[in-house]
Ligand binder design. Structure first.
Ligand code: FES
Length: 488
């Protein structure tokens, strides 16, 4: 059976089996569309236009797409194709990523540093010791599950080759934007690395949770020399060890890398401990209502100075909420009592807050901008993330008998613009005195590892890191539930 896809000025003809899901067919064949909710039919981003004979719309689709239904639009993730079709799509393009990093190689060669996140992929192109360009893009594997566990489940059900092909296709496409580099570094969690390198990640998803390989990896990708910094455990990978290159060696700290999974590195004296907890993609702007990855128009900060104000990337018309915008808005609304301690948005008559905030409480949620709302559902998703992080941290510190560290390094693309007030005011972290926002620490560290000296340094430290399993501790659930509240 044939599917014809018009994308830009290109036409592709894809072969498919009757009953295959449209979003998955596209992504499997290297044609990428936005799918923030991972195919749950919620984000309304995976729009395709059927040029003839559109499938019958679902009730939910009729309600959300309204007049677009008669024009042939449908949500790709909801439809399995029973007949041949011709569709038109808007292909997703990588966007400029703000990553301030300092490579330490000063040779004439060109390199690529990759950060393959569960939700977003970032790439930095380095030439003659300088970063020439950085790009960001949604990981198209999201069509097969929004976190590593659901992707491993899909892989175990026969989807391994599809996931391997999907990630390799998008990386080849991203690299093709540049002159062929001399070498590459790939930073990612062990599951993403496995799909990228072609190792089956089955063992990561089942007890005793082991990665297909530990330590560093050297090989080739598409004929380009490839280095992967060391993998420590099933959930602590080269995205964490690469960050060791930008963390201090002479002081105690806790480093928290917040992504779809959240990893910790605790340094006490000469000892390093690592751990991880699942967090979900809310802080990457995914799986929340009106969410957006960091791209033009995404709200990354809010404030109350001469009235309510939102800040968007590149000052463009607000189109959605980035992870940092979510933290910033929750912090401000908590401060003024618009969100109560249980996480509920109060009724306008219950609020004792400036009028410029009260009049934004609507039935959809808190109106951040025309057509963009912070909804109750998004706040709940944030509470799940904050509960997971705070519980994980507490258990790790308890296990090592360590005091709450004063110095906290925070990694994750979303963290770049956050302030201490926003971190503590939103409850994202319930302790800490001095916060250092690293932004995308994985790629920032990765760009330094083209030098032998830095590589040796992190390889040496990585050998000392002890992994502490906490997610299965008995106390986890109790503490997690308690940590959902904002005053926990
Ligand atoms: S609505 Fe289809 S991916 Fe979100």
């Amino acid at each position: 059976m044939k599917l014809t896809v018009k994308h830009g000025d290109k036409i592709s003809e894809l072969q498919l089996k009757k009953g295959e899901n449209l979003l998955k067919i596209l992504h499997k064949n290297g044609i990428f569309i936005t799918a923030y909710c991972g195919g749950k039919g919620i984000c309304k981003k995976c729009l395709v236009k059927f040029l003839d004979n559109p499938p019958k719309p679902f009730e939910h689709e009729k309600a959300t797409l309204k007049e677009k239904i008669d024009q042939g639009y449908r949500l790709a993730c909801l439809h399995s194709l029973e007949n041949e079709a011709i569709i038109e799509i808007e292909e997703v393009k990588p966007v400029f990523a703000q990553i301030e990093a300092e490579p330490c190689c000063d040779n004439d060669k060109s390199h690529i540093a990759l950060d393959i996140g569960t939700t977003t992929i970032a790439i930095a192109y380095i030439e003659k010791g300088k970063i020439e360009k950085t790009l960001n893009m949604l990981n198209p594997q999201i069509a097969y599950g929004s976190d590593v566990i659901t992707r491993i489940a899909y892989s175990n059900e026969g989807g391994f080759k599809t996931l391997h092909k999907t990630i390799n296709n998008i990386i080849k496409k991203l690299i093709s934007d540049f002159k062929k580099p001399d070498s590459m570094i790939a930073c990612a969690n062990p599951t993403m690395l496995s799909f990228f390198l072609g190792f089956n990640p089955k063992s990561i998803g089942e007890y005793p949770y082991t990665p297909p390989f530990k330590g560093s990896f050297k090989g080739k990708f598409d004929d380009i020399k490839l280095y992967v910094p060391p993998v420590i455990s099933a959930f602590v990978g080269s995205d964490i060890t690469s960050a060791l290159s930008i963390l201090p060696e002479n002081q105690n700290f806790i480093f928290i890398d917040i992504g779809t999974n959240c990893e910790f590195i605790l340094k006490i004296g000469e000892n390093y401990y690592s751990s991880s907890v699942p967090a979900g993609p809310a802080l990457e702007g995914v799986n929340i209502d009106y969410g957006s990855i960091a791209q033009d128009g995404a709200i990354y900060k809010v404030s109350l100075e001469n009235g309510f104000k939102v800040y968007t990337i590149n000052n463009k018309k607000p189109t959605g909420i980035a992870g940092s915008g979510l933290v910033s808005a929750i912090s401000l609304l908590r401060k003024h009592g618009i969100i109560d301690k249980s996480g509920k948005i109060v009724k306008p008559w219950e609020a004792e807050a400036p009028f410029s905030l009260i009049n934004r409480i609507k039935k959809e949620g808190f109106m951040l901008a025309e057509g963009v709302y912070l909804t109750q559902n998004s706040i709940r998703n944030f509470q799940l993330v904050k509960a997971s992080i705070n519980t994980g941290l507490k258990l790790l510190l308890d296990r090592k008998g360590a005091p709450e560290p004063e110095k906290v390094f925070i990694g994750g693309g979303f963290s770049r613009t956050l302030t201490k007030e926003e971190i503590t005011g939103s409850g994202l972290l319930s302790f800490g005195d001095e916060f250092v926002m690293l932004g995308n620490s994985s790629i920032k560290g990765g760009v330094r590892l083209f030098c032998e000296e830095e590589r040796n340094k992190i390889e040496k430290i990585a050998k000392k890191i002890e992994y502490i399993e906490i997610a299965n501790e008995n106390r986890f659930e109790d503490l997690y539930i308690k940590s959902m509240d904002f005053d926990a």
